[in-house]
Structure formats: C-alpha cells, structure tokens
Design a protein around this ligand. Structure first.
Ligand code: GTP
Ligand code: MG
Length: 580
C-alpha cells in the first residue's frame, strides 16, 4: 500500500525513479528465474485462449501457495557449505519437496517439506541460542540458523544462489537493444522484471512466518499477501502487502445449533476501525519485540487504511500489514483476472509502469503521484476501449459470475466471475507496439478535465468531483482511487504521454538503432522512451536530429506533430487539461 496511504516510507529521497529501483535500494527480492505465467504468444482467436482454459482460480492458487509456505522453513546458512550435506541434514526430518538459496545480507535457503510434520520434527531438534551479554526472546519461529561445526571447506561447490537485486537500468537497456522489434522488447521487459516463482514462494513464506506471530493472539488468523505480490503485475523489488484475515474466527462463531450454546465474552471498541487499529497495534508490537528478522516497525494506524510497516531483513522485503481490508484483496483478484486473460495485458502494464517509474511519474514516496494501482486501472480501461475490445468490463465479469462467486463487502457488490474459462475474448490482433503507442495517444488526448475513468462500465463517465484525475474505485463506486493526484502531476503525465506518442511516430525510433563507432547501439524502441524527457526539460541526448533545436521549439514541434483525426491537435487538448 504505497503512496495512497499518505504516510512516509523510509527511502532514499535523493535518487530518482528507476535509478533507485534499479540500484537495488528498494527492498530486495530475487532475480528472475521462472515466470509466474508461462510465456505465451499473443492470442489471435476470438474464443477463450487455451492458457485461460487451463488456469486455476485466483483463490485456488493463493491457497496452494499458502499451504506450501506452511510446510516451509527459512534458513540462515553459513558462508560456505555443502549443498549435499545441507539436503542430507534436512531430509532426516522428511522429504524435501523444493529448496533454493539466495543472498540477503548473508546466505539463506527456503526449504519446503512435503509434510507439515517435518517442521515439528525439525523444531524439536532445534535449540534456543545462548547469547552473550544479552537475553534471547525464546520465540520458536520457522526462521532458523544452520550451524556448521568445524572448519568450513572452501572446496564445496557453490550452490546456485538466486540473485536478489532487480536488474539495473544499464542491464535492462542493453537487453532491450539486443531485440529485433518493440514487441520483443516489451516481452523481454516483463520476463526481466516480473517476480520469479521462488520470489513469490518467499513472499508467501514471510506472510506465513508473520502468521505464526499473530497466531499467538488469534490462532485461527491467516496472513495473506495481496497487491502486486499476487495480482500478476508485481515486479522484483515491490513491497509485500499483507492482510491479517480473521474470518476463520468469525466463521466458527456463527455456527449455532438450536439448543444451549455459549458465546465468548469479548471486549468491544467504538467502531470496526478502532478494533482494527487496536488489533494491528498489538500485532505490530509483537512483530517488533518478538519477530526475528523484523526491523524498523512503524505503526501507522491513523492512515485511511491503518497499517503496520516493517522490513523483513532475511528476505529483504518491505512489508505493509493491514487488517479488515477485503476490498483490496478483491481488487487484487480483479487485476489478476485481467492479467491472465491475455498476455499482452501484462506486457503493457509492465512497460507502462516501468516507463512511469523512469520518468518519476510514480514514486515509492507517498504524495501527489499517480500510483501503480491507478496506472494499471488506466491500462485496463484503455484496453476496454479497443475496437474490438481486448478486455471485458467489470459489469460483464459480474454477469458471468456463478452463485459461488457472489461477494458483498461492506455493502458493495464485489461479485466477479472466478472461472476464467467462462470469459470469451473478442478477436483483437493488435501488436504490443501499436497498443503502447495508442495508449500514449489515448491518454495524451484524454479529456481529464471532465471525464472519469470507469472500468465497471468500460466507458468514460462524467466526473463527479473536482479532483484532477478521477478513476472510479472498481468496487467502491463513490471513491476515487487517484484522489491524491494533483493537477501538476497529471499535466506531467499527459505531456509525457504526448512526447512518447510522438517518439513512437518517428519510424527511426521503432527500428533497431545503428551501432556507433564505440560499439554501443543508439537507443530505439522502448529503450528510447526511457531516456530523459523533453517535457521534463532535461533534454534528450540521443534524439538525433532534434538535438540541436532549443527545448521550447522541440516541445512545440513535438506537440504540433501530434495531429489527431478531425484536425484538433493534442497540444490544444493538453493545454485544456492544464488549465483546469
Ligand atoms: P506496487 O507499487 O508494485 O506495490 O503495486 P501494488 O498494486 O501492490 O500497490 P500498493 O502496494 O500501493 O497497494 C496494494 C493494493 O492495495 C493494490 O494492488 C490495490 O489492490 C489496493 N489499493 C491500493 N491503492 C488503492 C486505492 O486507492 N483504492 C483501492 N480500492 N485499492 C487500492
Ligand atoms: Mg504493493
């Protein structure tokens, strides 16, 4: 829950956008390895794509991963060790299903057993350490340290450590420049940035470890990840958004027979929000004082959505724990569903998010910036506008829902179909290059001054309030998910869209760049869009012939060149937007 909360992140303010993310200063995660979704070619048929037919439901996937995490342990390893001996040791407690190693201020391993009993056996043979000059909190978690007696041999073959940090901007650009088309570049970008299978497992394990702590108070609780960890748009380095789910407790309370019955005596609070705040406050305190590896715990309970924020050092994740936030989980399911309907959706979202971050349109610091969540909804809306439409409206997803999909949260009907195979897609063969270019043209021209973005209807609606940017909350129709965005930030976004649309109109930018005398390739395609922008006044070093013109005339030419049908220029529309 990044920027929308109106609270401060502990981040490095002096570094900008993608640089900060690529330098690995954001919470670290593992490097790409396997995809969360198999690499699939763009579908061209009008029926439900094959990969959709085979998809499990969102809930089934979450449940499977959660159950795997409950059978897993996180191990701090010595600097040098033998993988074979490591596995022999853990196999004494049961069959090891999967394991992997990674680095995060030291070597760590995730070990997944095939049975939960193995964890109990492992714990039985594990001791509380004796510490000098201090006292240990005797909390028996599933974060363990492996002690390797004697002198460690440096001859052990090094296990395959999964890289922790996201790729840096130089590596991303070099990768993109080696491709042969913009479409290839955009697919490569997704593969490079997306969460790996191991990284997702680690995220679920961290939630499960946290669940053990919260379980000291509420044994039936579950801590579930939501947001970009599960919505299929997570990139390496993104935070772990978690929900403390207490539904299990209430479910048991509601089983009433006709005879005598008992009820728990409980304390009450003045409102649900107050109860949520007090629960998060004690769990936050427990995480702070007893949670191994949890540091920098901040209770941010006065925010619109109260959270406990902390860093989990062994994984390198920044974590935001909330409670009583079912709508956010449903929003994650909705985005997951859109992300799985057509692989182009994810490619487009990853590229737009990356582009926005490179130009500091989004930020990890809360403020008046557009958030990744808003950007994703904007991409969905744009794809609903294609002809033929690439994505169904939210109303259509509700129509397709079965009885078991019925979902009402705090009076809001959040029903959507869970079985993806029920969704028939229209035939749309647009290339990624075309989609990205037209995304920029669409929002470079969008009448933000009067229209609201509404994915429920899949149509622009009249703006109900004076906010600069109005994006209707998918499940809470009276709320605007981009209320925080001010006119200046919106104007920057619009200008950057116009500039990027213009850059894509220059054919020279769409073909592999020429190799310079020093062997480097000039930026082209998506890589050219990541270069500093004209609109932000920083100049574009590699923009060939535009180089020598003064910035003001370049902007004028740029805007003039963006002719739209009917003779009206984007420049006119852009100025209309900015005058609001
Ligand atoms: P990252 O920037 O990669 O962390 O993306 P994210 O999608 O995880 O965004 P963030 O951490 O800011 O928020 C987590 C989730 O909370 C989102 O995916 C949404 O489901 C939900 N969310 C965030 N902001 C809003 C909002 O303004 N309104 C609603 N309804 N949900 C929101
Ligand atoms: Mg997030």
């Amino acid at each position: 829950m990044a920027a929308s909360l109106g609270v401060c992140r502990l981040h490095f303010r002096s570094l900008g956008g993608l640089d900060r993310f690529c330098l690995g200063l954001e919470p670290q995660t593992q490097r790409r390895c396997t995809s969360t979704i198999p690499a699939i070619k763009t579908p061209t048929g009008s029926k439900t794509a094959d990969f959709v037919k085979k998809s499990k439901t969102f809930q089934a996937i979450q449940e499977e991963r959660r159950e795997q995490a409950e059978r897993s342990v996180l191990i701090s390893c010595p600097a040098k060790f033998s993988e074979k001996k490591f596995l022999d040791f853990f196999s004494k407690h049961g069959t090891v299903n999967k394991h992997f190693f990674y680095n995060s201020f030291g070597a760590y391993a995730v070990v997944e057993f095939s049975n939960k009993e193995s964890i109990a056996s492992l714990k039985e043979s594990t001791g509380i350490p004796a510490v000098d000059h201090e006292a240990a909190v005797p909390f028996k978690s599933r974060l363990l340290s492996l002690k390797w007696p004697g002198i460690q041999s440096s001859n052990y073959p090094t296990p395959n450590f999964k890289e922790q940090s996201p790729p840096n901007i130089g590596d991303i650009s070099n990768l993109l420049l080696q491709k042969h088309s913009v479409d290839e570049q955009l697919r490569c970008l997704t593969e490079t940035l997306q969460l790996t299978e191991e990284n997702i497992s680690l995220r679920f394990l961290v939630c499960s470890l946290l669940g053990d702590i919260a379980g000291a108070y509420f044994p039936e609780c579950i801590i579930r990840p939501f947001g970009s960890t599960v919505n299929s748009f997570g990139k390496l380095g993104c935070d772990v958004d978690m929900i403390l789910d207490l539904d299990g407790i209430y479910a048991r309370s509601q089983k009433k027979g006709s005879g005598l019955s008992l009820e728990y005596q409980v304390k009450t609070g003045p409102s649900e929000r107050a109860v949520t705040q007090s629960i998060l406050s004690v769990v936050g305190k427990c995480v702070d004082q007893f949670g191994p590896g949890c540091v920098g715990v901040q209770n941010i309970l006065q925010a619109r959505c109260p959270i406990v924020r902390f860093a989990h050092q062994p994984s390198g994740f920044q974590c935001d724990l909330t409670a009583n936030n079912k709508v956010a989980m449903k929003s994650s399911e909705l985005l997951f569903l859109y992300g799985h309907l057509d692989p182009r959706v994810r490619h487009l979202v990853f590229s737009v998010r990356c582009w926005a971050r490179a130009h500091s349109i989004t930020s990890s610091i809360p403020g008046a910036w557009i958030t990744n969540f808003s950007l994703t909804v904007m991409v969905v809306f744009f794809l609903q506008q294609r002809s033929p439409a690439m994505l169904p409206t939210l109303d259509r997803l509700k129509e397709l829902a079965g009885p078991s999909d019925k979902c009402v949260i705090e009076g809001n009907d959040c029903t959507i179909v869970s079985d993806l195979s029920k969704i028939a897609l229209q035939k749309n063969t647009d290339t990624l290059e075309k989609l990205l270019q037209e995304f920029f043209e669409f929002y470079g021209n969008f009448p933000f001054n009067k229209a609201s973005i509404n994915i429920r209807k899949g149509k622009e609606q009249s703006k109900p309030e004076a906010a600069a940017l109005h994006i209707q909350n998918p499940f809470e129709a009276t709320l605007n998910v981009s209320k925080n965005v001010n006119a200046a930030q919106l104007e920057r976004f619009v200008k950057l869209c116009q500039e990027s649309a213009w850059l894509f109109q220059q054919k020279e930018n769409l073909e592999p760049g020429s190799t310079q005398s020093n062997g480097s390739v000039s930026p082209w395609g998506f890589a050219a869009l990541l270069a500093p922008s004209v609109a932000s006044g920083t100049g574009v070093k590699s923009r060939r012939k535009k180089k020598t013109e003064p910035a003001s005339s370049r902007i004028k030419n740029l805007l003039d060149s963006l002719k739209i049908k009917g003779g009206e220029t984007v420049a006119k529309k852009g100025s209309a937007n900015s005058s609001r």
